[in-house]
Ligand binder design. Structure first.
Ligand code: CA
Length: 490
């Protein structure tokens, strides 16, 4: 079979539950849904480390964080190592990387394995970003999502038609600080976005890690996040602490300049949620538009049938779930990645799969479709068979997760764990490993166990419950088996 073109579209921090094809209650994403409708949606795609740079490094290398060298946000990706774009390039692909790289730049950290690259520095800016194009920094005028979308289309139109291509189109959106484009700034202006079921989670049965995390809607946003005018003399990046009393207390939106007062703390929390979620969804809307343009371009170029298109995000995100924003935790909203894929030559339209796939498996799958041998030191598995055959067997029924940045950001404890179809066991091992400026403070290790068959919201930690004694023991065995299989001996 002819080698397919591969377009790998990835965003930053876009949770599956903010996509209409995944049943979003808060927005619609017609163009992302097109990929799902013309191809396939995966309901159990998970990341092995729910944070930006580490997930990207896993995807490029097909290896877990501790083997690709990017365990934390402070680690850069050594471009001399094996990656799937390099292997595709060697196999005759024209390769391009456009948008968010976030794996370090300069020296051995510039993107490698690409015939063309143009990438944001670090997180990048939403407006008029500086991007490094083929080794040279340039300022690009406009909105980052549109710039990355347009550049991707230009690459497709100007491609070398004698070769198949790999295009990595990686948007910055909808990452914090959630700056929408001009046409979308008034979207959702009227009315409230519904809050999630677990908005007022009190973490009653969970261990201290959940209670201590500083990523709450209630009190961990700054003025910049919520586009509020800080009081005189206050830096916009200062967290907006909860006031002792609401009497005389106001917050002032930038766009109106009119102070808003609150009758209750719940009203204040909802106000913050609305400010956050509306901008987040506005950023998603721009991504969706640009995906639409790119899909149209494939049809115009007559290469729709020959092209694999993937849409995913580097990890999930809390959209007010458990009272939080951000990610990092192994809980479902953060662990789950959206993953939709189309390839008319091999994938039947409208399929939905609950089979477990991981970011660790992407590299292997792309190589498989390109007819390139999968290196034996890659740690994931190709799911090509699942894409091509409805009756294909599972490639895995359990997965290993590890978050390394102990207390580094949002005071989230480091942890590792196992998820199976029905259960999740998390071990907060409590060590201060001195990673990424981590606070040098050890925590008392703690466990959490969730029965996902009854408790999809993970509100009821059943660790230590005698009814789950056998399950708990089996999961521990599976956790240590997976840890060893992943060659994570630390
Ligand atoms: Ca991210």
């Amino acid at each position: 079979m002819k080698q397919p073109n591969i377009i790998f579209i990835m965003t930053d921090d876009h949770a599956a539950h903010a996509m209409s094809c995944y049943g979003s209650k808060i927005n619609t994403t017609p163009n992302m849904d097109r990929i799902a409708n013309e191809g396939m949606r995966f309901d159990n795609c998970f990341c092995t480390n729910s944070i930006c740079a580490p997930s990207r490094a896993v995807i490029l290398s097909g290896k877990h964080s501790h083997l690709n060298g990017v365990e934390t946000l402070a680690d850069n990706f050594d471009g001399r190592q094996q990656t799937f774009p390099k292997l595709l390039q060697t196999a005759g692909y024209q390769t391009a990387m456009i948008g968010k790289w976030h794996l370090g730049l300069g020296g051995n950290y510039d993107p490698t394995g690409f015939d063309y690259y143009c990438v944001l520095h670090g997180q990048g800016e939403y407006f008029n970003p500086i991007m490094k194009e083929q080794g040279i920094d340039k300022t690009f005028e406009g909105y980052a999502t549109d710039i990355i979308g347009d550049m991707s289309i230009d690459f497709i139109k100007e491609r070398d038609k004698s070769k198949p291509f790999l295009l990595m189109c990686h948007h910055k959106a909808p990452h914090r600080p959630w700056d929408p484009s001009e046409p979308y700034k008034d979207m959702y202006k009227d009315g409230d976005i519904p809050v999630p079921e677990t908005f007022n989670d009190d973490y009653a049965t969970r261990c201290d890690a959940a209670r201590e995390a500083t990523m709450t809607i209630e009190s961990n946003f700054n003025y910049r996040d919520l586009k509020l005018i800080p009081p005189a003399g206050v830096n916009q990046f200062k967290m907006i602490a909860l006031p002792d009393s609401l009497e005389g207390y106001t917050l002032t939106p930038r766009e109106t300049g009119v102070p808003v007062s609150f009758n209750s703390y719940q009203e204040l929390k909802n106000f913050k949620y609305q400010r956050y979620i509306k901008d987040y969804l506005r950023c998603v809307a721009s991504v969706d538009d640009n995906i639409g343009k790119l899909l149209d371009c494939l049809k115009d170029e007559g290469i729709d049938e020959d092209t694999i298109v993937v849409y995913t995000s580097d990890q999930g995100f809390f959209l007010g779930d458990h009272g939080w924003y951000d990610k990092r935790f192994m809980y479902e909203e953060s662990l789950r990645m959206p993953f939709v894929i189309k390839y008319p030559r091999a994938i039947k339209p409208g399929r939905i799969s609950d089979k477990m796939i991981l970011n660790l498996d992407f590299a292997e799958t792309f190589l498989d479709f390109a007819g390139v041998e999968i290196p034996s030191d890659m740690q994931g598995k190709s799911f090509r068979q699942i894409l091509e055959d409805e009756n294909a067997p599972e490639i895995q029924t359990s997965m290993y997760y590890r978050y390394w940045m102990h207390l580094a950001h949002h005071y989230v404890w480091s942890h590792y764990g196992v998820r199976t179809k029905d259960y999740k066991l998390i071990y907060y091992y409590g060590d201060a490993l001195g990673k990424t400026g981590a606070i040098d403070e050890s925590k008392e290790p703690a466990w959490e166990l969730f029965d996902l068959t009854k408790d999809t919201n993970e509100l009821n930690n059943v660790y230590g419950n005698p009814d789950y004694a056998q399950i708990q023991e089996d999961l521990k065995k599976e956790l240590y088996r997976l840890k060893e299989e992943a060659k994570d001996f630390e």
